[in-house]
Structure formats: structure tokens, C-alpha cells
Design a protein around this ligand. Structure first.
Ligand code: TMP
Length: 213
């Protein structure tokens, strides 16, 4: 007997929206329901995709043209999907992924201004018919996010963008939430951690747990 396909959940948001904290909370919530959680991230998630992550995020290196950046994100995504995500879903595990294609849409598309139609072509090519079942967008104004991220103080190459970039990325995310309203849930991440967690619990209950457990 084959196990039922697991659920594919992605967590999105600009810097400083509390993704890591809420990622741990989501893991606990899903595990408490008795599911095996496969935690992963983009760029990265397999040994080779993690090497691509270093190319993308390390600071001391030659300049990366925007098109090369986009293609590298999708190259690492292809490795990640085929070598980690698809096998985990087939084992019946619930895949919890820190960022996915929506980051490319928001950062490379809305942030950098690359052609969204070309991004969609890459997304179709790399993903085929694999889409997240649920995407949780942690939303906060770019000013708040950047202030929090600055306090963390671990800036990589992507973190050195201007405030305007993150404003555009945030608006891009909110537009995606409308466009893909069936899978997106927007959570106000400008409030305190406990309040964000209450929202996340409600989303899991309504969107995933109620019709499965
Ligand atoms: P983080 O996951 O630790 O935040 O680091 C990943 C960085 O890479 C973050 O700044 C967002 C950026 N990124 C893109 O620009 N496009 C993408 O498709 C992905 C997955 C990440």
C-alpha cells in the first residue's frame, strides 16, 4: 500500500517578519498532530542546492547579474524539488519549506523588476504540477522588518538591498496572496509573537487539520 502524499507548506515574508520563530512553531504544531515533518529551506535543502545557496548569498565574490541570480535560484529549486521535496511527499511526510517560488516572484520579480512572465515560465518548467498546499505569508511593513533584521546583524548579499526593494517585495507578496488566494494565508507579523501564533493555529485548523485528522 502506498502512503498518501504528504502536505506541502511554504512560509514566506520579507526579512525580519519572524519566519524562523514561526517555522519552529509550525513544526511543533504539525508534529503534535502525529505527522512527520520534513523541514527544509530555499535556496538550499540538498547538499548541492546548499552549495548554490552559498554562491547566491556570500558577499565576497564577482557580481551576479540579475538573470544569473534568478536562474541560480531556480536551479537550486530544481535540485531541491527532485532530490528532497518530491521524495519526502511521496513518503507521506509533511514538507515545511522556508521560502519557495513566491520569493522569486516577490524578490526577483517585484523587487528587482524582472519579467514576471519569464519567472512563470521557469516556475512551470521547474515545478511541473507541484504547488504548495498552503503558503503562509508573514506580512509586516518593510521598515519594521528591516529594523528587526538589523538588530539580528547577520547580513548576507541579499540582505544588503535598500528599503525600497523590500517595500516592492512586500507589495509583490500581497499581490500574490490575492492572485493565489486559494493557497495563500496572510498573517499580520507586526504584532507580538504569541498573537502571530494564534493566527497560525487557526489557519492550520481551518485549512489542513480539520479535513484530514
Ligand atoms: P533566508 O532564507 O535566510 O532569508 O535567505 C535567503 C535569501 O535569498 C533572502 O534574502 C531571500 C533571497 N531569495 C530570493 O531572492 N529569491 C528566491 O527565490 C529565494 C528562495 C530566496
Amino acid at each position: 500500500m502506498t502512503s498518501p502524499r504528504g502536505k506541502f507548506i511554504t512560509v514566506e515574508g520579507i526579512e525580519g517578519t519572524g519566519k524562523s520563530t514561526q517555522f519552529d512553531f509550525l513544526t511543533d504544531q504539525i508534529e503534535q498532530r502525529g505527522h512527520t515533518v520534513f523541514r527544509t529551506r530555499e535556496p538550499g535543502g540538498t547538499p548541492m542546492a546548499e552549495r548554490v545557496r552559498r554562491i547566491l548569498l556570500d558577499i565576497d565574490q564577482e557580481p551576479i547579474p540579475e538573470i544569473a541570480e534568478l536562474l541560480l535560484f531556480f536551479a537550486s529549486r530544481s535540485l531541491h524539488l527532485q532530490n528532497a521535496i518530491v521524495p519526502a511527499l511521496a513518503r507521506g511526510e509533511w514538507v515545511l519549506c522556508d521560502r519557495f517560488t513566491d520569493t522569486s516572484r516577490a524578490y526577483q520579480g517585484s523587487g528587482r523588476g524582472l519579467d514576471m512572465a519569464q519567472i512563470e515560465t521557469l516556475a512551470d518548467w521547474v515545478q511541473g504540477d507541484i504547488e504548495p498546499d498552503l503558503t503562509i505569508l508573514l506580512d509586516a511593513p518593510a521598515e519594521i522588518g528591516l529594523e528587526r533584521a538589523k538588530m539580528r546583524g547577520d547580513a548576507d548579499r541579499m540582505d544588503s538591498q535598500a528599503l525600497e526593494f523590500y517595500r516592492r517585495a512586500r507589495q509583490g507578496y500581497l499581490a500574490l496572496a490575492e492572485r493565489f488566494s486559494e493557497r495563500f494565508e496572510v498573517v499580520d507579523a507586526s504584532v507580538d509573537i504569541a498573537a502571530v501564533q494564534v493566527s497560525i493555529q487557526r489557519i492550520l485548523q481551518n485549512k489542513l487539520f480539520s479535513n484530514l485528522d
